[in-house]
Design a protein around this ligand. Structure first.
Ligand code: ATP
Length: 344
């Protein structure tokens, strides 16, 4: 276990700067998520932490020690990839124990460690099987087991759930968090899936175009987005962003402002001190107790949730009410937040 300090890391490939002045501190025992769209530099940063590629400038400290020029092996880091990369001809026990065999750990110690890890991962019954006899989720557990068996100081995971189907992904999210809590292992987890990031991370760093757009707890990232990029990268559906004159004048701001409204903040029922918007119905999705309403406000898409009890208020032309305290404002040119929404 160790903390990680990413100190002014930059990476260029030819004349393409992929990472720009990255500064992050990851605490001991933290589950830290790197989130961002494809190509934003997540994997590159993870590989720099692992020592698989060199940074162009900056330093990396693990447990307070400068490891920038150390090899991957000397860093005592384990990495789990998207494809499990198991050895097909070896049993599960041999797959898990492989790093220990390479390190010439005595057989008895190796067996004890394999047993301990298999119990932690709940795969004790499969130790004699071959990888092809296991499901995707079980194989992923084996890959994690092989990473944990060497007792690394840091665990790095690069989109480890993307090859699993939706249901298994949800199960494995909780499993990985359980294992991480039990071992208290500092973990850096890369994903482009905001739900994965929100449900798993102690903290999240959102990367955009090689820069840290924001770093914080899932709660802060969702409720206190510092820019239009972060506001629209989180939430499903994401925050509605409105720039039309009717909306800006209803809110009482200049046209250089982007008005941000989370779908849950709007309602069909009148509300004291609310901004009133005129919406045109596009479609509705029934989601059990509530409906997701797709509409247009001044020709801009506007999505919000309505309670099933409000069904009769859904019309081709309808009034939507948004409490003022729940409205976010952003500067149109810089995209930076100028007023945080409140009232959650
Ligand atoms: P994804 O989610 O698609 O994997 P990512 O956020 O992990 O994306 P990276 O794989 O880190 O992004 O890539 C960031 C940028 O760096 C991309 O534009 C990519 O083309 C570029 N890049 C990565 N590795 C190299 C390399 N070895 N040589 C040149 N360019 C590279």
């Amino acid at each position: 276990m160790a903390d990680v300090e990413i100190d002014n890391i930059e990476k260029t490939f030819g004349d393409h700067t992929v990472l720009k002045n990255i500064n992050l501190k990851i605490s001991n025992g933290e589950f830290f998520v790197l989130l961002g769209p494809s190509g934003c530099g997540k994997t590159t940063l993870l590989r720099i932490i692992a020592g698989l590629i060199d940074s162009s400038s900056g330093r990396l400290l693990i447990g307070g020690k400068d490891v920038t020029s150390l090899s991957p092996r000397q860093r005592n880091i384990a990495m789990v990839f998207q494809d499990y990369a198991l050895y097909p001809h070896m049993t599960i026990a041999d797959n898990i124990g492989f790093p220990l065999r390479m390190a010439k750990v005595p057989v008895a110690e190796r067996k004890a460690k394999i047993k301990e890890v298999a119990e932690l991962l709940r795969i004790e019954d499969y130790l004699k099987s071959k990888p092809k006899e296991l499901s995707g989720g079980q194989r992923q557990r084996v890959a994690i087991g092989r990473a944990l068996v060497r007792s690394p100081s840091i665990l790095l995971m690069d989109e480890p759930l993307s090859n699993l189907d939706a249901k298994l992904r949800t199960t494995m999210r909780f499993e990985i968090r359980r294992i991480q809590r039990q071992t208290n292992l500092t973990t850096v987890f890369v994903t482009h899936d905001q739900v994965e990031a929100m449900t798993m991370g102690d903290r999240i760093a959102i990367l955009n175009d090689g820069l840290v757009a924001q770093c914080g707890t899932p709660f802060d990232i969702f409720h206190k987005p510092e820019s239009t990029f972060v506001a629209t990268f989180t939430g499903s559906p994401p925050m509605n962003m409105m720039e039309g004159a009717a909306v800006t004048s209803a809110v009482g701001v200049t046209e250089k402002t982007v008005v941000g409204i989370r779908p849950k903040a709007a309602s069909l029922t009148p509300h004291a001190d609310a901004v009133e918007l005129s919406a045109k119905l596009v479609a509705t999705d029934l989601l059990g107790n509530e409906l997701l309403v797709h509409s247009l406000v001044e020709d801009e898409p506007f999505e919000f949730y309505a309670d099933v009890t409000e069904r009769s208020l859904i019309r081709d032309e309808m009034k939507v009410f948004v409490p003022r305290e729940r409205i976010y404002l952003f500067d149109r040119d810089s995209g930076k937040v100028t007023q945080m929404g409140q009232g959650y």
